[in-house]
Design a protein. Structure first.
Lengths: 170, 142
């Protein structure tokens, strides 16, 4: 495989990092003051987040091990209020990229899951338990706890709203 | 879909973090650079100190941004240090993870255009409401 092919296969995020590194290299030549200030700030942030990454890795491994799409799909088919509860828990515990869940949700939609419950599930995917330690480092546990509770309530409100709006728009 | 073994789960976690690594490193480098170049007063001019307007601006920035939530925590934390209000930062954090403009085409194609648009628009509006309520509750309990 030649260099050109290898470069084509690199995800865009590596180009983003590469571009920033080039800017730093240019600054190290043309403006040492800004370069050193930026690097010192960078070190401060990195030292702060490295230990948290180890915890994030452990929590991500556990979440990948225990929470599979099959597990979530099984519980999303509960009845009544229980359904909302499992949709919230399922959304919070689900892992992986969001688009991985679209086909499963479309399948559940065909099996009777309402648009509101799908919206509620997707909203709760925003709550990532493995990342909570890092969020607490940047903010504080009280703020994160209140935010999570408000977000769970908001997910139900969005679900109810979507059910109504989709009915109106039918 | 088969259950993962612990080794496979750990490999998946490493893969997930590895995929996020360039974006996280790039963002931290960019934030460090911006912090060195842009004076604090600049942020205070973008955000007006009007809670509602600030939450709209924060929500809008979060909506058009994309990537791992870790990046949003780092960015949000630094915004807070620069003097941006908690309501704006909260709207930014919430819209970052609940509004998915990048995934909109895939969401439209699989779950329906109407649903995808309504879900994303309502998620943006709700991010502002969540931000206001979160800060109000925090103020009431502290």
């Amino acid at each position: 495989m030649n260099l050109k092919t290898k470069l084509k296969q690199l995800p865009g995020s590596w180009y983003f990092l590469g571009t920033i590194v080039i800017v730093y290299l240019l600054l190290s030549v043309f403006n040492k003051g800004i370069y050193l200030d930026s690097l010192s700030f960078f070190n401060q942030i990195i030292y702060k987040i490295i230990p948290i990454f180890i915890l994030v890795f452990i929590l991500m491994t556990l979440s990948n091990y225990f929470i599979t799409p099959k597990f979530v799909m099984k519980h999303l088919q509960e009845k009544g209020l229980k359904k909302w509860f499992f949709v919230i828990v399922g959304g919070i515990l689900s892992s992986g990229p969001i688009y991985m869940w679209y086909p499963l949700l479309a399948d559940l939609k065909n099996k009777g899951l309402s648009y509101g419950l799908i919206a509620c599930f997707l909203y709760n995917r925003a709550i990532k338990i493995p990342l909570i330690p890092l969020a607490i480092v940047y903010f504080n546990w009280q703020y994160i706890l209140v935010l999570l509770i408000v977000m769970i309530f908001a997910s139900v409100i969005q679900g109810i709203l979507l059910n109504k709006l989709m009915e109106v728009n039918k | 879909m088969e259950n993962n073994t612990i080794k496979q789960s750990a490999q998946k976690a490493v893969k997930g973090l590895w995929m996020a690594l360039p974006m996280i490193l790039g963002t931290v480098l960019l934030i460090s650079l911006i912090s060195a170049i842009v004076p604090k007063s600049f942020y205070l001019t973008v955000f007006s100190k009007n809670s509602f307007l600030d939450s709209l601006i924060g929500g809008l920035i979060g909506s058009i941004s994309a990537g791992n939530p870790i990046t949003s925590y780092i960015f949000g934390g630094e915004m807070l240090k620069q003097g941006v209000g908690l309501i704006a930062v909260t709207a930014f954090l919430v819209s970052w993870v609940t509004v998915g403009l990048i995934q909109l085409p895939a969401e439209s194609a699989i779950l329906g255009k109407k649903f995808a648009i309504l879900r994303n628009v309502s998620a943006f509006i709700i991010s502002v409401i969540v931000a206001i309520f979160t800060v109000l509750i925090l103020g009431a309990i502290s």
